[in-house]
Write a protein that binds this ligand. Sequence first.
Ligand SMILES: [Zn+2]
Length: 78
Amino acid sequence: MTTAMTETASTDVTSELTSLDRCDSCGAQAYVRATMPAGGVLLFCAHHASKHREKLTGLGAQWHDETAKLHAANDRSI
Ligand SMILES: [Zn+2]
């Protein structure tokens, strides 16, 4: 019996958000992840991301933004 070291980092800051990720403020699907310098992670929908971005990036948060996915999905309705 062989044991492979297949442990993966689930908190990788570069990993994409999924439909299972939810906004910490309202519970909608999250499109932005803010990783704080201390290691905490906050998830936001596009609305709350824009609301909190200035404050959190000012605190040194790493901003992972996937709101372009939303715009791409909405293009056809414009
Ligand atoms: Zn929200």
